[in-house]
Design a protein around this ligand. Structure first.
Ligand code: ZN
Length: 325
């Protein structure tokens, strides 16, 4: 069978202190916290999901925040940068906005029709805002913290830094159905599905930099989209038959997942578009309360006592602002 992903589903990274993480992504970047749950492999710690209003695939950045975690090393064998799409002409507003909240930002031009503003989140993770001449039709999350006209439209692309780009590109093209759409300096751009923002991967050849070490401020894995679990099962069989060591299908409550490592060392996931983030709380209230999968509900009290106390900006649930006494 042919495997063809339509684009990125989410990126998952490792952070330190969770409140600092929430403040940066909700207040600073204007994303919506669409789910506050726990790390299913370490339920004493959070798993925080940020995205657009509904947490649609292709808008999601998620974090495992561990207070006091050591700093990781950004380098070879990792996704070394996560880019979000913003409207053309918005980067000046963003530069002023970051300056006002004490975040240093750097403007650069990747291609003649694509400008980017690069920042580091509080843990050192590389985040970029990309303004391109191609219109991004996706609706922004209108949070009142960032004006809708400038707001993030969703993911733009992920950068993979690897020692041997040919092998990584080979996997992306032959096994996941991406195609090469451009070469810009040391950057090979690949597109999935219809292409455009949210469906792009840039592969960069490591230039003698350090080997990546996963910990605070680094990306843990990137996930591509698949329609549903039945398709995911077919992909799993296909990827296994092509020699990849693929995990069993894992229930992540809001989607199901399989994982395997590409030859350059980056952990890849295939995640389903369904069931989505409104399966266990209404759209208006996303992110507001700690949600647990059924198998952790019996331990809710112990889990609530174990996780750090965090405060969510009111703007995360605008429908509720003023509705409370
Ligand atoms: Zn994931």
């Amino acid at each position: 069978m042919d495997i063809t992903t339509s684009g990125l589903h989410h990126v998952t990274a490792i952070a330190g202190e969770p409140q600092r993480n929430i403040d940066f992504y909700v207040r600073g970047l204007g994303l919506r916290l669409v789910k506050k749950t726990v790390n299913f492999d370490d339920p004493g710690t959070y798993h925080l999901y940020y995205g657009d209003e509904a947490g649609r695939p292709g808008s999601l950045l998620t974090f495992f925040p561990w207070t006091g975690i050591r700093q990781g090393v950004v380098g070879t064998g990792q996704s070394t940068s996560t880019a979000f799409s913003v409207p053309q002409g918005s980067l000046g507003w963003w530069k002023d906005h970051f300056a006002a909240i004490g975040v240093e930002s750097t403007l650069s031009r990747t291609t003649p029709d694509e400008d980017r503003l690069s920042v580091r989140d509080p843990d050192g993770l590389s985040i970029e805002l990309v303004a391109s001449s191609a219109t991004d039709p996706r609706d922004p999350w209108d949070s009142a913290l960032v004006p809708a006209e400038h707001a993030v439209r969703g993911q733009h692309s992920s950068v993979l830094t690897v020692a041997d780009p040919e092998r990584t590109i080979g996997l992306l093209v032959n096994d996941l159905g991406l195609r090469i759409v451009g070469e810009h300096g040391d950057r090979t751009r690949l597109a999935a599905g219809a292409g455009g923002a949210g469906a792009l991967i840039d592969v960069i050849a490591a230039s003698g930099g350090p080997q990546g070490l996963g910990a605070g401020g680094t990306v843990h894995h990137i996930a591509f989209r698949v329609e549903d679990q039945a398709t995911q099962e077919l992909w799993r069989q296909e990827l296994t038959s092509r020699g990849h060591q693929v995990t069993a299908i894992l229930d992540r409550q809001y989607f199901t997942s399989i994982y395997f490592r590409e030859p350059g060392g980056v952990l890849l996931e295939i995640a389903t578009d369904t069931p989505g983030f409104d399966i266990d709380e209404p759209l208006l209230e996303l992110g507001r309360s700690l949600k647990l999968p059924p198998w952790f509900e019996p331990s809710r009290e112990a889990i609530e006592n174990a996780v750090a106390k965090i405060t969510l900006p009111e703007e995360n649930n605008p429908g509720l602002v003023g509705a409370r006494s």
